[in-house]
Ligand binder design. Structure first.
Ligand code: MIC
Ligand code: SF4
Length: 765
């Protein structure tokens, strides 16, 4: 299964027929929608209206309110989420996927020594999982990208994304494909199964946020700084339920991959996705990546691949919210630590670091990842590495590069950029997620020392990169990461400050420079793609019942039709509770295909509101304190229902449905929070859980450690009708609280059946 590292030349052109068909129908569908709505349309609306599911009636959908059925063009899955998605697909009764789909092996490769050695280790360690993914892909007609081929979103941008298309992917950064003018949305595996099974994909019609970019980037400022600034403005939940559409002269002047970076990190503001209208930068990128035919087709329907001119001329009238950024004035930003929306302009960083006591010595600078490993990014960073050598500077921090794809890695190696980085002592890791998702064997991390790292990834939640809660991770552009790694100092401002070189002279780094696309074109010998069998009927998928990594799924139990009563509080989580807190990645990634084993990480990172401790909650049956998964297993064994309570934006971050399946599997009945992140709320619903929000946020404070929850009117569970819960406190006093929900009738049926998949299964019987 280990793919040959001696490559042959292969360039696949995917989906040409599909794109042709799409573009043929595009004008008709958009014109019809325009006529019906009787107004000009944004790009987002054009793509959404052009992708309504066959049975979906055309209406002027109410943004932020109406559930709408869509028909996405394709599905992408990465290995850590594909396992659960494909285990569900195997239970759907289908023999082949209804839309083109791919699997990408990128999350399970640990960065330790160097790209090749780490890849070889991963292939051995993950053999069982890779073999499973490969055989299921082969059986169901799914394209398979082998380990080493690259990170899902970079591979999608290079091969599948097309202007005006719509796709979903089992990873929150699927949104990266917005850089090529798509509507690309991150979902849980169960949603992907719906689409692969030929069913509609449901989404609440999003609100629209417009971002008008005027001026032009210059100097040290990079596309990343645009999204770092947007994150500061919108915060981690400001984009929830909305699609962000970027436009203006400043947008047109950005490279296609720069647009990809901006869309990628739109996940960090909770946006459903982000997109840009088709322009010359996209055409250049399509041609450079071997898709001239797609560019030619797109050119013919150009006007439908961007908003109507009236929309961009009067954006206030058409968007629900408008943000304006003047790129002439944009400064580089450094966001963090611990959250991607804590935005500090580089000129204020030294002061902020001092005030907040952040460690100022930069230990490691890491560039690359799905967010920032374009040719432009790498060449601009390399221009700084070259200067460091020429100016006799010794790079103070460690420096690592994780290329986004084999195509990028191969091309930058050919062009000497890897040699340049080697001269400043860099390590080049495999084309994979690596340190971005805790797959980083960082020496000494286990000591838990307070330290600073800076990277060009997108997320910097506590423990994410190296498992150390005291690592202060900052997010910046590859250029700023490289400059700060050379300086080894968080307080260094490369725009104004000097460094002292090995000869004791004061030197300044010049403004970085790079190339948008490689002058000699991209090259790759084996991109790492494997097409599925024409007819996979005879392919056998094996899952060893004794495996610790894979486990076939059992149906969840249907609702018994009764009110839930006497439910115990498992945990009241305080503050940030991301999917990394609910179902940690890093070492746990190896159990992503085994629901029972991965359930042992359930909520171990959540902070207990009564003690500020993590992974320590009261077992109400014994009065003793124990680890969250163990206490929940005790409730399950005793047949006692339980409830999880959380704060704002609960489930922020990843699309991993394990964060919803684990509580479901272990017997938690409801998750009650102040607010949810979109993907996680849907995942909970899909898995047959009750995802509820406090009608009155202050009721969060009423929840006490020994509380019992009695649902009073679950039997009347209906769309738009809040639920009532009686809280019984330890002293037998009571409080009645009202809980809101966003379930429609179909979603209530999922709850009743046990899960969405259990409903499909029942309907297929
Ligand atoms: C991430 O960036 O957090 C991940 C790992 O790519 C996740 C998916 C996962 O948990 O498998 C995501 O963003 O959806
Ligand atoms: Fe991988 Fe990180 Fe990108 Fe997620 S954000 S897909 S973990 S590189």
């Amino acid at each position: 299964m280990f793919f040959k590292l001696c490559y042959q030349k292969t360039k696949n052109m995917f989906d040409l027929d599909l794109i042709q068909k799409n573009y043929k129908e595009l004008s008709v569908k958009v014109e019809k929608a325009k006529k019906h709505l009787n107004r000009p349309l944004s790009l987002t609306e054009k793509i959404l209206y052009a992708h309504l599911f066959a049975d979906q009636e055309l209406k002027d959908f109410k943004r932020g309110a109406d559930y709408v059925d869509f028909a996405p063009d394709r599905v992408a899955m990465q290995d850590a989420t594909a396992q659960m998605a494909l285990l569900q697909l195997m239970n759907s009764g289908k023999s082949k996927t209804a839309v083109p789909s791919t699997v990408h092996c990128d999350h399970l490769i640990q960065a330790s020594k160097n790209g090749l050695a780490d890849l070889q280790d991963a292939v051995k360690i993950n053999k069982e999982v890779y073999d499973f993914l490969e055989s299921v892909s082969n059986k169901y007609g799914i394209g398979f990208w082998k380990p080493g081929a690259g990170i899902i979103h970079q591979v999608v941008l290079e091969n599948y994304a097309f202007p005006g298309g719509m796709m979903i992917g089992t990873d929150s950064h699927t949104v990266n494909a917005g850089g090529l003018g798509m509507i690309a949305i991150g979902v849980g595996g169960a949603d992907a199964v719906d689409v692969m099974a030929g069913m509609a994909w449901e989404l609440k019609f999003p609100k629209l946020i417009g971002v008008k970019l005027t001026g032009k980037l210059s100097g040290w400022a990079a596309p990343k700084d645009i999204i770092l600034k947007v994150a500061g403005i919108l915060t981690v939940k400001g984009g929830t339920g909305a699609i962000i559409e970027y436009f203006g002269e400043g947008a047109k002047a950005l490279s296609c991959t720069g647009k990809g970076t901006i869309c990628n990190m739109g996940a960090e503001v909770g946006a459903t996705t982000s997109t840009f209208g088709y322009d010359e930068s996209m055409e250049r990128y399509l041609r450079a990546t071997g898709r001239a035919a797609v560019a030619d087709l797109a050119n013919e329907v150009k006007e439908y691949l961007t908003a109507d001119p009236e929309v961009y001329a009067n954006p206030e009238k058409y968007f629900d919210q408008l943000i304006k950024i003047n790129l002439d004035e944009l400064e580089p930003y450094v966001n963090g630590p611990f959250t991607p929306d804590r935005a500090t302009p580089i000129s204020k960083l030294a002061e902020e670091a001092k005030t907040n006591g952040w460690p100022t010595k930069v230990e490691v600078g890491l560039i690359g990842s799905c967010t920032n490993s374009s040719y432009e990014d790498i060449s601009r960073a390399a221009s700084l590495a070259r200067q460091a050598v020429a100016k006799n500077l010794k790079t103070k921090a460690e420096f690592t590069i994780t290329p986004g794809s084999e195509q990028v890695r191969y091309t930058i190696e050919r062009d000497g950029l890897i040699d340049t980085f080697n001269q400043i002592g860099a390590s080049v890791f495999a084309n994979a997620c690596g340190p971005c998702i805790g797959q980083w064997s960082r020496p000494g991390a286990e000591k838990g020392e307070k330290n600073t790292i800076i990277h060009s990834f997108n997320r910097n939640f506590s423990k994410r990169a190296d498992g150390n809660p005291n690592t202060h991770a900052f997010v910046a552009s590859p250029e700023i990461v490289t400059a700060l790694a050379i300086a080894g100092d968080l307080t260094f401002n490369p725009l104004t400050d000097y460094l002292t070189n090995e000869a004791g002279e004061k030197v300044k780094l010049d403004v970085p420079s790079g190339e948008e696309l490689p002058a000699n074109g991209f090259a790759v010998e084996d991109a790492g793609y494997q097409a599925p069998a024409e007819n996979g009927a005879s392919v056998v998928v094996k899952v060893d019942p004794a495996s610790s990594r894979l486990q076939l799924l059992e149906p969840f139990k249907a609702w018994d039709g009764e009110n839930i009563s006497g439910a115990k509080l498992l945990i009241k989580a305080k503050g940030k509770c991301t999917t990394d807190h609910i179902s940690m990645a890093g070492p746990w990634l190896r159990f992503r295909g085994h629901l029972d084993n991965i359930s042992n990480n359930m909520l171990i990172g959540a902070v207990n509101a009564f003690s500020d401790a993590t992974n320590k909650v009261k077992n109400q049956l014994t009065g003793e304190y124990g680890e969250v998964p163990a206490v929940q297993r005790a409730y399950k064994a005793a047949g006692v229902p339980s409830v999880v309570v959380g704060d704002q934006n609960y489930g922020e971050g990843s699309s991993r449905e394990h964060a919803a399946m684990e509580p479901r599997h272990l017997g938690v009945k409801a998750v009650i929070v102040k607010s949810f992140a979109r993907i996680h709320e849907t995942n909970l619903k899909k898995q047959g859980m009750l995802a509820l929000t406090f009608a009155n946020e202050a009721d969060y404070d009423k929840i006490q450690e020994d509380d019992l929850f009695n649902f009073v009117d679950l039997k009347e569970f209906a769309p738009g009708k809040p639920l009532t819960v009686e809280l019984v406190h330890a002293d037998q006093s009571k409080d009645v609280i009202i809980l809101n929900h966003t379930y429609n009738q179909q979603q209530i049926e999922w709850f009743k059946a046990g899960s969405a998949l259990d409903l499909i299964r029942k309907q297929n019987l």
